[in-house]
Design a binder for this molecule. Structure first.
Ligand SMILES: [Zn+2]
Length: 431
């Protein structure tokens, strides 16, 4: 008889509310975003890192295999709490060395994002600190951030470079992500964001920098298999539409996926960028009406980042209702970064989505699970709890799933299961 602590089988029992998010492995749109597949008095059986069954506990316990093999199965008593798929943070910038406290105080004093950048703060100050840091120092910071995310329910993280801005420092940043990811139980999706801002040494020569990104950085990173995606900051003060297209074209040429920061400060024309089949468009604060209907017909996910609006002290937030009601597939993420959103907390983002973007708790959770999986093109394996999918789950110490978005700045995640193993936080009873 194998020792149950080494068992490849795990049963999550006595779940008060299980949110399965079951259904088609495709982004939820419109009214379907509400459909969270709620099962009360549920259980989940995992084996070999995958979900074997998820549903009503009474049915699951009648399974003939489970009845004869129950003693081989490790069991986690969820004590009537809420279990959801591990949250998916599909937009983060974790490779930085220091918090940006000067920016923080300057902004309190009334300076805006662009004035801070012009004064030598902003992204460029993070660039100087990353260039001074070793790969080992950076990977420690990335791992600390990943662990903070895990503690709050996140099991998949998209992680961008973008504070190096030389071939050497972007490679170092992506290697730091890879090193941290190897020590973390969840899954990390690495993204090259060399086109974050034009570095100081290329001031007035942005096209030369774009050429370097396209001809040197993207090919090297693709060759070393250090990134799955290439991202570009297409906005005022960063890269033009035409430069952004060149960067996305180079990504496609080298077999990498694409995504873009767009419409944070100024509207971009999305149709030309859609030619490069981006997995996501991120921010989307000021998207044009004609682009809303275009997105409603496509597969590119709009990733909203309300933590940024909160931290910048903006009163306006992305118009989630307009996008959802038009049928645009929508996801949520933290945008974890030192300048505009220093939070690892997806539950806080869910709270912001409800209070400031008028999403329902069900919509917010779907946007942070199945739709976020679609934004990373991981929906075949991640984002819902169904037989055959990866057994990634977060247990929250609440009785009703709506409480996950209701309590804010209060971490209610008490246990994490990643690839069918209890990795976490160890507060629940185990047999
Ligand atoms: Zn970002």
């Amino acid at each position: 008889m194998p020792n149950s602590t080494q068992s490849p089988y795990l049963l999550l029992a006595n779940i008060g509310q299980l949110l399965t998010l079951r259904g088609e492995a495709a982004p939820r749109r419109g009214r379907d975003l509400q459909d969270i597949g709620l099962v009360e008095n549920a259980a989940v059986l995992c084996g070999g890192g995958k979900i074997l069954a998820a549903g009503p506990q009474r049915e699951l316990l009648r399974d003939p295999w489970l009845r004869t093999n129950r003693r081989k199965v490790r069991e986690l008593d969820c004590q009537q709490r809420v279990v959801i798929p591990g949250l998916i943070d599909c937009h983060t910038h974790p490779v930085f060395a220091e918090p940006r406290l000067v920016d923080f105080e300057k902004r309190i004093g009334g300076a805006d994002y662009e004035e801070i950048a012009a004064a030598g703060g902003g992204i460029r100050s993070s660039v100087a600190a990353v260039r001074r840091s070793s790969r080992g120092e950076l990977s420690k910071k990335v791992l600390a951030a990943l662990n903070a995310m895990l503690e709050q329910g996140t099991s998949v993280v998209e992680a961008k470079s973008g504070y190096g801005l030389t071939l050497e420092d972007e490679v170092k940043s992506l290697e730091a992500i890879r090193d941290a990811a190897r020590q973390w139980p969840g899954e990390v999706v690495p993204t090259l964001l060399a086109a974050h801002v034009v570095p100081q040494e290329y001031a007035g020569k942005a096209d030369d920098y774009v050429k370097k990104v396209c001809d040197e950085m993207i090919p090297q990173v693709a060759k070393k298999k250090l990134a799955k995606y290439v991202d570009v900051f297409c906005d005022r003060g960063a890269f033009t539409q035409e430069q952004s297209e060149r960067i996305l074209a180079a990504a496609r040429k080298h077999g990498l996926g694409t995504r873009a920061h767009v419409c944070q400060f100024t509207a971009a024309k999305l149709a030309p960028l859609l030619e490069y089949q981006p997995a996501s468009f991120d921010h989307m604060d000021c998207v044009q009406p004609e682009d809303v209907s275009l997105l409603a017909r496509g597969e590119t996910v709009a990733v909203l980042l309300p933590g940024t609006n909160y931290f910048l002290g903006h009163t306006g937030f992305p118009d989630a209702r307009r996008l959802i009601d038009a049928g645009v597939p929508l996801a949520l993420a933290t945008d974890y970064n030192p300048g505009t959103s220093p939070t690892p907390s997806m539950p806080f983002v869910l709270s912001l989505a409800c209070t400031h973007m008028k999403m329902t708790p069900a919509e917010a959770i779907a946007a942070a699970t199945i739709n976020a999986a679609c934004a990373l093109r991981l929906q075949q394996r991640k984002g819902s709890l169904e037989a055959g999918k990866d057994a990634d789950m977060a247990v929250f110490d609440v009785k009703d799933y709506r409480e996950i978005a209701y309590w804010f700045a209060w971490d209610r995640c008490v246990e994490m299961v990643v690839a069918g193993r209890v990795v976490g936080l160890g507060t629940l009873g185990e047999r």
